[in-house]
Design a protein around this ligand. Structure first.
Ligand code: AGP
Length: 613
């Protein structure tokens, strides 16, 4: 998730860009850059100093010539190509006149780059975004004005983008466009702005507009006009904005957790983007492990902590079911002390949102010391875990600020289930047609999650009824069990209430003794194969006075007879259900914590990243 900003008609262009980039800081980045454009001249500065990049960029810009009234700026969260200066945006075309900035992923960048290089274009980065500069260059060379050149370029692009382009031969114009990645336009008298989101231009623009998917906007000092990808004029949707800066950084929400819960559909979409070739092969560009090595894997060991451990538990079911490889999931802080067995063909997967959790890093160090190949699954490019592993798969959920992990859990499950399908392809353990069907099902999950998000108020109503409860059990079977663990963890860390996740079949082996009136049992009953057994578990707890909350599918007609409250979700393939079923549990934990007056983004005693053992 990168940050973009642009301005035309400004009397303090550079300050506008630098201040705006600093305002996008909470989106996370590892490099930054600006381009200033005036008739016949494009001036660019870029830095790659991690989170100090914007500060370093300001120093770079001390050398900037004066007198530019237009420019664009970018903070980069690397997804393709490391966080080096050469990969920082803006990217230029061959002439050096055209500058572009991009937030998103160009899925077909490799094919496009090959075609462009064959026509003589010279690339200077290893990013997917640079293809846009050269595509626009070609259309401009054919005599099209900038907005038409951008439109024609985007017709051949697949993927997600919020892109902005300038050309020194068409000064005082920026053309921007959006698909999936956010983009807004702002206006003030004689000045027009664009940005990834409102904080970047909150105190400069006086009116704000949302750009919708596949809309292209031409910005000039006197204002803007918009068209769709077919060239038909469209009107941008005005936004009523009366936020202060802190609220703006939360996307207008009360807290980062709400913002991040609402970003979950896009977190899944961007994690899955660009990961399946036209021939159906599942591919991870960034994964530096050969197909042969993956094919020869004999055992998988997953090490992680907290929510990442729960994603690992889901991965166990998927890898064993589809790839027929045995998987062991270990708590990272336990792994290194149990004299673990690592044989030839052992693959260790370290899962960590931050990539800095010391328990997980120490666990993969131990695994490497014993000769294992290690893959990191992490959300932070070039994090310690990524650097110390042999290979990496990035979840592309964007920066997650709230201590309670939400959107990254869904992105981790999506990435790990994709890896399970890749292993199945390599080991030929699932027919190609079934892999395709699973991939399509995985891509449908984003919409199913979006549907659940529209039901927030019904979850809040249930939480209001249960605010007095003090003891919670979360139950599930198969992948419903890690979902139950994750729901219990969310409730614990947000509301400080005692909650335990349990395999439903385990209840009668002890915990049933704890069930009495006042205890709340939250059960995941969405899997048809487990439904009957789950209902009998609920009958057991109901008979002992428990209050029952069930996560059930929309078409479940029997659950209402036994559950006191039902949280409805769309039916999905059982293996994908953790990504859908966890959402009402996240919303429930949030509502309980709000009802109890807890600090949502910064729960007591906890840190977003645990760097001490
Ligand atoms: C989850 O909501 C918690 N913040 C915590 O359990 C977290 O998942 C755990 O500390 C692991 O963090 P990591 O994914 O960054 O390694």
């Amino acid at each position: 998730m990168c940050g973009i900003i642009g301005v035309v008609g400004s009397s303090d262009t550079l300050e506008t860009l630098l201040e705006g980039l600093a305002r996008l800081e909470y989106r996370g980045y590892d490099s930054a850059g600006v381009a200033l454009v005036r008739p016949g001249e494009t001036w660019r500065a870029r830095t790659a100093e991690g989170t100090e990049s914007v500060k370093a960029l300001r120093e770079e810009c001390d050398l900037a010539p004066l007198g530019f009234s237009s420019g664009i700026g970018h903070t980069r969260w690397a997804t393709h190509g490391g966080p080096e200066t050469m990969n920082a945006h803006p990217h230029l075309d061959c002439s050096g006149n055209i500058a572009i900035i991009h937030n998103g992923i160009i899925e077909n960048h490799a094919d496009l780059q090959e075609q462009l290089e064959a026509r003589g274009h010279v690339f200077s980065s290893v990013t997917d975004s640079e293809v846009l500069a050269h595509l626009i260059e070609e259309s401009r060379a054919n005599g099209f004005e900038l907005i038409e050149a951008v439109r024609r370029s985007l017709l051949v692009v697949r993927g997600a983008f919020a892109v902005a382009a300038m050309d020194a031969t068409e000064p005082d114009v920026i053309v921007a466009a959006r698909r999936i990645s956010p983009l807004i336009v702002g206006t003030a008298p004689g000045v027009t702005y664009l940005a990834s989101d409102i904080p970047a231009i909150l105190d400069r623009a006086t009116a704000f507009y949302a750009v919708s998917d596949d809309e292209i906007v031409r910005l000039a000092p006197e204002g803007f006009r918009a068209i769709d990808l077919e060239g038909v004029p469209v009107h941008l949707h005005p936004l009523a904005v009366d936020w202060d800066l802190e609220t703006a950084e939360k996307g207008g929400h009360d807290d980062f957790m709400t913002k991040e819960i609402n970003e979950q559909p896009d977190a899944i979409r961007t994690t899955l983007l660009d990961r399946r070739r036209r021939d159906g092969t599942i591919t991870f560009d960034e994964l530096r492990v050969s197909d042969e090595e993956l094919r020869d894997v004999r055992r998988v060991v997953i090490v992680a902590a907290g929510t990442s451990h729960h994603a690992g538990l889901v991965a166990k079911y998927a890898i064993e079911r589809w790839a027929r490889v045995s998987v062991e999931v270990d708590i990272a802080s336990e792994y290194r002390y149990r004299d673990p067995i690592v044989e030839i063909g052992t693959l260790v997967i370290g899962i960590s949102q931050s990539g800095e959790t010391i328990d997980t890093i120490q666990a993969i160090r131990e695994a490497k010391r014993r000769g294992a190949r290690v893959i990191a699954v992490t959300n932070i490019v070039d994090s310690s875990l990524a650097r110390e592993s042999d290979a990496v798969i990035y979840t592309r959920a964007g920066l997650e600020v709230s201590v309670a992990s939400t959107k990254v859990f869904l992105a981790q499950v999506a990435a790990l289930e994709l890896l399970a399908l890749r292993l199945a392809q390599l080991r030929d353990t699932v027919p190609a047609s079934d892999v395709d069907a699973h991939f399509l099902g995985l891509n449908a999950v984003a919409e199913q999650v979006a549907t659940v998000l529209t039901r927030r108020s019904s979850v809040e109503d249930v939480a209001k009824q249960l605010l007095g409860a003090r003891d919670f059990f979360f139950l599930g079977r198969h992948v419903g069990f890690p979902t139950a663990l994750e729901g219990a963890l969310k409730l614990k860390e947000l509301s400080y209430l005692h909650a335990e996740g349990y395999p439903a079949g385990e209840l009668k082996h002890g915990p049933l003794a704890l069930i009495e009136p006042g205890v709340v049992v939250v059960a995941v009953v969405t899997d048809p194969a487990m439904h009957e057994k789950m209902l009998s578990n609920l009958a057991e707890v109901k008979a002992r006075g428990a209050t029952v909350v069930a996560v059930a599918t929309d078409d479940d007609e029997s659950i209402a007879a036994i559950a006191d409250y039902v949280l409805r979700v769309p039916a999905t393939e059982p293996m994908f259900s953790p990504m859908v079923d966890v959402v009402p549990l996240q919303l429930f934990a949030y509502a309980m914590a709000r009802g109890l007056g807890r600090n949502i983004d910064r729960p007591r005693n906890l840190a977003k990243t645990v760097t001490v053992e």
